[in-house]
Design a protein around this ligand. Structure first.
Ligand SMILES: [Fe+2]
Length: 486
C-alpha cells in the first residue's frame, strides 16, 4: 500500500475518550490520506468503474454539554475504481463551522441534544443555533460530490475522487436556512431534487436543480406548522414530501430544545408535488408513524407507489431509571424504533391510500440501483442494524416483487456502512452489478472495502480491499459511475 498524508487536523478530544459514539467503531480520524496500490483479497472487477463515497460524523472537540453522533464534523471517505484498481481518499469537509472551531480549539455551537442557549453564536437548525456540520449525506451532481446536513445547511461541493473542496451550491432564491440532507439525484434526467424545512414560514420548500445547474423549479409547500421531514422520494412526475406526526411542540421551539413528540392520534400525510412546478399538491393520509428513510417510489397507472421504512414504535418510552444520555440515544436503536419495509399506494382517482408491510424484519438504510430511482424496481439493499446501538452488522437484499430476502451477516465486531449498488459497465439487469461498502473490524482494528456480487450477496465478498486506517462508522453513502464524474 502506498500512502500520502494530505493533512492532519488537531483534535482536542482526549485520547482515552469513552463516549460510545466517539470510541470503538465510532472513534474519529484526524489524518487525511490518499492511498493506492491497496492490498486486495480476491479481485477487483475490471467492469466496476466509478466512486463510492461515504459521509461520516467525525468530531474534533468535546461538545459543550452532550454529544450526539449527528453533530460530528463531516469527513468524506471515497474509493474510486478504474480498470481493476482502487484509490482511496479521506478528507474533512472544511465548513465555516469546522474552521471556526479549529481556531477556537473548542465547540462553539450546541448539538441537537443540547439547548440552543449554550451556543456561542447563531447557526442553523430547528433550534436555530446548531453548526452546519455537513456530516449527514453525500450525493454526486454535475460531476461534484455534494455533502449536506440533516438540519439544513449549505450544499458543500468537492471533487468526488480527490475530495478537494469546490465551494458551495447556490442559486438565486435559495432558501436562506439552507437545504436538508437527502437531496435526490434523478439519474435519468440529471436533476437534483431538494427540500428545505424549518420552524419559520414557509415551513417546507422544495425544488429542483437541473443537470446544468439551472433552477428547474422551486416552490413552497403549505404545512400546518413546523415539521421534521428527514427524507423525501420522487417518481417520474412527482416529488413526495411527508408530514409525519412526530414533530416539535411550540413550547420546545420556544425553549430552544430539539424535542420532538409523537402525536399518535394524527395521520401521516403525504404530499405529491408535481415536478413540472405547476399544479396543486395532492395530499394523502395514512397510518401514523415516522419514516427516517424512503427506498424508492414510482407510478403505476392511476397509483403512485412509495416504499420506505415504517416505524412501528416511533417514540420509544422514556425510561425514568435510565440516564439522560441513554434516553436521548434510544432514538438511535433501530430495535426500539422497529422500522419495517412498508409500501404505500396513493390512488390518484379516489384520493385514498392503502398500505401493506413488505417485510417485518428490522432493517433500514435501503439503497437501490440508482438508474431505477423514481421508476418501477425490484431490489433494495438494506442494512441489518445492531441492537441497542447505532451501527450495522450486515446487509439484506430484499426482492420487493416476490418478497424474498437474502441476508449476509458480518462476524461479531465487524460493522459495514450504507451499502451501495454499483451497476457494472454494460449492466443488463437491475441486479447486474456490485454491492460496495466500507467495513470496520473491531477485532483487529482494521478497515476494508468489501465488494459483493449484487446478484448473490450471500456468497460473500468477491474482493476485500485493505484501507490505511480503521475508519469511523458513518451514515450515508452514494455511488457515482465513472460517466457521472467530472
Ligand atoms: Fe438520513
Amino acid at each position: 500500500m502506498k500512502i500520502e498524508i494530505l493533512d492532519e487536523l488537531p483534535s482536542t478530544l482526549p485520547g482515552d475518550d469513552t463516549h460510545r459514539y466517539r470510541s470503538g467503531a465510532w472513534k474519529p480520524q484526524t489524518v487525511e490520506r490518499r492511498a493506492w496500490e491497496l492490498p486486495v483479497v480476491g479481485e477487483i472487477p475490471s467492469d466496476l468503474a466509478g466512486v463510492y463515497l461515504r459521509n461520516t460524523e467525525n468530531p474534533l472537540h468535546e461538545s459543550i454539554q452532550q454529544y450526539h453522533p449527528f453533530d460530528g464534523d463531516a469527513m468524506i471517505h471515497s474509493i474510486n475504481f478504474a480498470a481493476g484498481e482502487a484509490v482511496y481518499h479521506n478528507r474533512f469537509v472544511r465548513t465555516p463551522g469546522l474552521l471556526a472551531e479549529l481556531e477556537a480549539q473548542r465547540s462553539l455551537w450546541a448539538g441537537c441534544a443540547e439547548p440552543s442557549s449554550v451556543s456561542d453564536r447563531d447557526g442553523c437548525s430547528t433550534h436555530g443555533r446548531m453548526k452546519d456540520a455537513a456530516s449527514t449525506d453525500v450525493v454526486v451532481h454535475q460531476g461534484k460530490a455534494v455533502a449536506s446536513f440533516w438540519q439544513c445547511g449549505d450544499l458543500h461541493q468537492m471533487d468526488p475522487v480527490s475530495l478537494e473542496a469546490d465551494g458551495t451550491v447556490a442559486w438565486p432564491g435559495m432558501p436562506e436556512r439552507g437545504i436538508s440532507a437527502h437531496t435526490k439525484v434523478d439519474e435519468l434526467t440529471g436533476e437534483m431534487l431538494w427540500f428545505s424545512y424549518g420552524i419559520h414560514k414557509p415551513y417546507l420548500q422544495v425544488g429542483s436543480i437541473d443537470a446544468t445547474g439551472g433552477v428547474a423549479f422551486q416552490r413552497d409547500v403549505e404545512m400546518a406548522g413546523p415539521r421534521l421531514p428527514h427524507d423525501m422520494a420522487f417518481t417520474e412526475n412527482y416529488l413526495i414530501v411527508n408530514d409525519c406526526p412526530l414533530y416539535l411542540e411550540q413550547g420546545a421551539i420556544d425553549s430552544g430544545v430539539y424535542g420532538p413528540r409523537f402525536h399518535a392520534d394524527e395521520p401521516t400525510r403525504f404530499g405529491l408535488v408535481p415536478r413540472n412546478g405547476d399544479g396543486t399538491v395532492r395530499w394523502f393520509e395514512a397510518a401514523p408513524t415516522f419514516v427516517l428513510h424512503w427506498i424508492n417510489a414510482y407510478e403505476d397507472g392511476n397509483e403512485v407507489i412509495l416504499d420506505g421504512f415504517f416505524q412501528r414504535n416511533p417514540s420509544p418510552a422514556v425510561d425514568p431509571a435510565a440516564s439522560f444520555e441513554d434516553n436521548v440515544f434510544r432514538y438511535l436503536d433501530m430495535y426500539q424504533l422497529r422500522p419495517e419495509v412498508r409500501r404505500w399506494r396513493f390512488n390518484l382517482d379516489t384520493g385514498r391510500t392503502s398500505e401493506e408491510t413488505l417485510s417485518d424484519r428490522v432493517t433500514e438504510f435501503g439503497m437501490i440501483n440508482g438508474t431505477y430511482g423514481g421508476r418501477p424496481y425490484r431490489y433494495s439493499y438494506n442494512a441489518l442494524p445492531c441492537e441497542g446501538w447505532f451501527g450495522f452488522r450486515g446487509l439484506i437484499k430484499h426482492d420487493v416483487v416476490n418478497g424474498t430476502e437474502t441476508v449476509y451477516e458480518l462476524p461479531d465486531g465487524v460493522h459495514n456502512s450504507e451499502t451501495v449498488m454499483a451497476p457494472r459497465e454494460g449492466s443488463q439487469a437491475e441486479d447486474d452489478g456490485y454491492l460496495v461498502t466500507f467495513v470496520s473490524d473491531m477485532n483487529d482494528d482494521s478497515s476494508s472495502c468489501m465488494i459483493f456480487d449484487a446478484a448473490d450477496p450471500a456468497a460473500g465478498a468477491i474482493a476485500t480491499i485493505g484501507l490505511p486506517e480503521r475508519i469511523a462508522s458513518g451514515t450515508h453513502a452514494t455511488w457515482a459511475p465513472a460517466s457521472a464524474l467530472s
